[in-house]
Design a binder for this molecule. Structure first.
Ligand code: NAD
Ligand code: ZN
Length: 360
């Protein structure tokens, strides 16, 4: 097919307090007493009665608290899947991810790997998944990644950091309750929010852009401007709008791609374990040659919110280490093709990337 035929999230609820409906939404999806709902919840919510009291456990349902210091690994997904298979006689009725991009990606990946044989590393790439996933639900508690709407789950495997991109990856149900984001620390709010901003810039400046992506990208871009530079919104309005910006930003890249910032940020993440949001910020700060207007606006936002990014994170690296990051970045063909065009290999050299990494 020349034109891609993309799946979307089939159901979505939006509203402050909509998380109260979780039980009601899940109940019809239960496949019996031996088929549990498994809830992956960011461990920042451990002991948080306000949130966890709204998760009702029946029969063999279970909450698994997920540490989020590090981004998800394929080995971690395989372990979660094995635990479920060993503990239960039937496949779960559903997998629910409550948290940021990390936890949502874990929920997506586990739901896929319960019905697809083998190891998750073998499915990193595009359209390698054969069977539909278990019913899976995403509940974002921080806004920006677009993981709630995307057709990928990004995992670090033994050889690379790459998503499992497939038609079965998107959630069957998403609950968008902006109130859940009320306690996100300010720096993290900025980093994850900037992931959305960077998605918009990379999509809108990319060669893959079409009217579908543009319509979502422009909306998300305007919302980000209002949230991060506007200054007239209440906290609640800002939370509501960032949740929708994330959604639109994610939709915008569904039919296009990200670009230079993401390619370089994947390198940082692979070698140094730098997390996605802050990694994008560290990289984007140096990309004025590629995205002059977007980077100028980003610097304005950074100043306005008094965000101090780490400096010199690559200064102690030797050239072999930087080479590893360059290899990761250059392996992401579609990102470069979107950013630069089909002839990107004639324009992007290892020396250029080496110079950029050395600035960070
Ligand atoms: P995250 O999941 O790393 O969470 C960041 C921090 O915020 C964590 O410490 C977490 O505990 C905390 N947090 C989350 N919600 C909170 C709340 N309500 N109150 C207080 N603290 C809260 O952050 P992220 O930026 O959302 O996600 C990054 C991950 O998403 C990366 O692994 C990245 O690869 C992935 N990602 C996936 C996609 C996709 O399409 N699948 C897109 C972009 C990024
Ligand atoms: Zn991103």
């Amino acid at each position: 097919m020349i034109y891609k035929n993309y799946p979307m999230v089939s159901r979505v609820v939006f509203g402050r307090g909509s998380f109260n409906q979780l039980d009601e939404i899940l109940a019809p999806k239960r496949n019996g007493r031996n088929a549990p709902f498994i809830f992956y919840v960011d461990d920042v919510f451990k002991g948080n009665h306000w949130l966890t009291s709204r998760i009702t456990l029946s029969y063999k349902d279970k909450i698994i608290y997920v540490p989020t210091k590090e981004e998800p690994k394929t080995s971690q997904i395989d372990k979660y899947v094995e635990e479920i298979i060993l503990e239960y006689s039937e496949l779960p009725s559903g997998i629910i991810g409550i948290g940021g991009g990390i936890v949502m990606d874990i929920a997506k990946a586990v739901s896929l790997m319960l019905t697809n044989k083998g190891e998750s590393k073998d499915y990193q790439g595009w359209d390698l998944i054969k069977n539909p996933a278990i019913y899976h639900v995403g509940v974002p508690t921080i806004s920006g990644t677009g993981a709630e709407v995307s057709r990928t789950t990004i995992l670090t495997g033994p050889d690379r950091k790459l998503g499992i991109n497939s038609d079965y990856t998107p959630f069957d149900q998403v609950i968008l309750d902006p109130e859940l984001t009320k306690d996100v620390p300010k720096d993290q709010w900025f980093y994850t929010g900037m992931d959305c901003f960077v998605h918009c810039v990379e999509s809108l400046d990319g060669t893959f852009l079409n009217a579908f992506s543009q319509s979502y990208g422009e909306k998300a871009f305007d919302l980000c401007k209002e949230i991060f530079l506007g200054g007239h919104l209440t906290k609640e309005e800002s939370q509501d709008k960032l949740m929708m910006a994330s959604w639109h930003g994610g939709m915008s890249i569904a039919y296009s791609q990200v670009g230079v910032a993401h390619a370089l940020s994947y390198g940082l993440s692979y070698l140094l374990g730098v997390k996605h949001g802050i990694g994008n910020c560290i990289v984007f700060d140096h990309l004025e040659d590629y995205y002059p207007e977007g980077v100028a606006m980003f610097k304005e936002m950074k100043t306005k919110h008094n965000i101090k990014l780490p400096l010199g994170i690559c200064s102690d690296l030797d050239e072999d280490q930087i080479d590893i990051m360059i290899n990761v970045a250059l392996s992401l063909d579609p990102l470069w093709e979107n950013a630069i065009g089909k002839n990107w290999k004639t324009k992007i050299t290892r020396e250029k990337l080496m110079a950029l990494y050395k600035k960070m």
